[in-house]
Design a protein around this ligand. Structure first.
Ligand code: ATP
Ligand code: MG
Length: 261
């Protein structure tokens, strides 16, 4: 079996990309799927969420991608094995890659080429991206089979969603023809706000009901779990957040197995 690669992306900040990438990757790993989480964000939130000290990393995604560009060597020592989940960490260095990549002819597919070496090692590769649509995110989209967009149910999402979809369609048709939209995760951090319902309707109209995942609702346990370097189902197994991660992950597995038939 070849790894299925799933990217969480939204160029808007703070929509739950990292929370979902880390917790879903941890869930899959816990269910015995061989899972690799790749942090592509210079904020290194996934890396920190996994309980790692960003100042003590020997290698990060930045160094190994540069090494790969220079001499085609894939340095697997970059992988940090936590109890179940494997992780390729990041730190602020990766911001430089945005500029350095622009000098290369195959600037959009460096990550894809790099990951070929890992296809047999994993069932799932999960990529957490920065809140932007620069070269780093384009590399993630090109390297992936499936795109999941977490959309926060607030006013600015309502304004931005059509525009964002245009950009994804463009990237899709120009660079990443194999990428499929697996779905949208509605992230509702303020369930009483009237605007949430309007945004939800808009998402439903734009994408159709079948593209919607179960909701991610507000649960302070997510924040606490991240500060303890733990997935939510370890930190607080009975929380509503844990239940949401379980539901979303099961739905993800169901959709992928349907599509791979
Ligand atoms: N369901 C939730 N309930 C409560 N807090 C949450 C929830 N999901 C995420 N958060 C918190 O909201 C903040 C933003 O979430 P997260 O870091 O996952 O978003 P992001 O899209 O990765 O942000 P960025 O664009 O900066 O990378 C974090 O502090 C996170 O702990
Ligand atoms: Mg993030």
């Amino acid at each position: 079996m070849m790894a299925k690669t799933i990217v969480f992306s939204n160029r808007k900040g703070g929509t739950g990309k990292t929370t979902l990438s880390f917790n879903i990757a941890s869930y899959l790993a816990n269910k015995k799927y061989r899972t690799l989480l790749i942090d592509l964000d210079s904020q290194a939130h996934s890396t920190i969420h996994a309980g790692l000290n960003v100042f003590k990393l020997k290698y990060t995604i930045y160094e190994v991608l540069i090494e790969f560009i220079k001499n085609k060597k894939v340095n697997k020592d970059v992988i940090i094995k936590t109890s179940k989940l494997d992780l390729i960490p990041s730190n602020e260095n990766i911001a430089a890659l945005e500029i350095e990549l622009s000098n290369f002819k195959n600037q959009n597919s460096i990550l894809k080429d790099f990951l070929i070496e890992f296809e047999k090692d994993y069932d799932f590769i999960i990529i957490d991206t920065p809140p932007s649509l620069g070269l780093i995110t384009i590399n993630a989209l090109v390297a992936s089979d499936y795109l999941i967009i977490p959309v926060k149910l607030d006013f600015f999402s309502l304004v931005g969603i059509a525009n964002m979809m245009n950009i994804y369609y463009k990237i899709n048709s120009m660079y990443a023809p194999n990428l499929k939209l697996l779905g949208i995760i509605p992230v509702n951090l303020n369930s009483r706000a009237k605007i949430s319902k309007e945004v939800f309707k808009e998402i439903e109209n734009t994408f159709g009901k079948d593209k919607l995942f179960p909701f991610l609702k507000q649960d302070i346990k997510f924040v606490e779990a991240s500060s303890h370097g733990l997935p939510i189902f370890k930190y607080s197994p009975k929380s509503s957040g844990s239940e949401a991660i379980r539901k979303i992950s099961k739905e993800l597995l169901r959709r992928i197995s349907n599509l791979e038939k």
